[in-house]
Design a protein around this ligand. Structure first.
Ligand SMILES: [Zn+2]
Length: 136
């Protein structure tokens, strides 16, 4: 677990911006989550969820966006949604997204909130004993 940097704070701010910009869940049920990936190149790639019973999650879209734009080394990801009071919050990724990161970007830092503070963790901390051989 690592502390976040100023660059990470900017990534969180951009994630909340994407969340607000694309949230129209009451009128058009496309999205109520957002995710931002920062590649090692320094470029950032947004994703929003496409609401359906099984996804697609915002992380899947953001990671796919980065890869579709030629990125192969992903540095950091953060995801957001709303709490029960409709306040934007950082969310830890679902199990499916954790598995996807274990396969496609096992070294990525994931920003999550722990005891009221933002921290960076590795996917192996969120998904110990995952399916991928690299996580064993
Ligand atoms: Zn997910």
């Amino acid at each position: 677990m690592k502390n976040i940097t100023q660059k990470d704070k900017e990534l969180i701010k951009e994630c909340f911006s994407q969340l607000e910009k694309n949230n129209d869940y009451d009128n058009s049920p496309f999205s109520n989550k957002a995710s931002i990936v920062r590649a090692k190149s320094g470029k950032i790639y947004p994703g929003i969820n496409l609401a359906l019973w099984y996804g697609a999650c915002a992380e899947v879209i953001a990671i796919g966006n980065a890869i579709a734009n030629g990125e192969r080394e992903l540095d950091c990801i953060v995801s957001s949604g709303y709490d029960k009071n409709n306040k934007p919050v950082i969310l830890a990724s679902c199990g499916n997204c954790r598995q996807l990161m274990a396969r496609h970007c096992p070294n990525i830092d994931i920003i999550i909130e722990i005891d009221g503070k933002y921290k960076k963790v590795k996917v192996e901390e969120l998904l110990p004993y995952g399916f991928e051989p690299t996580s064993r």
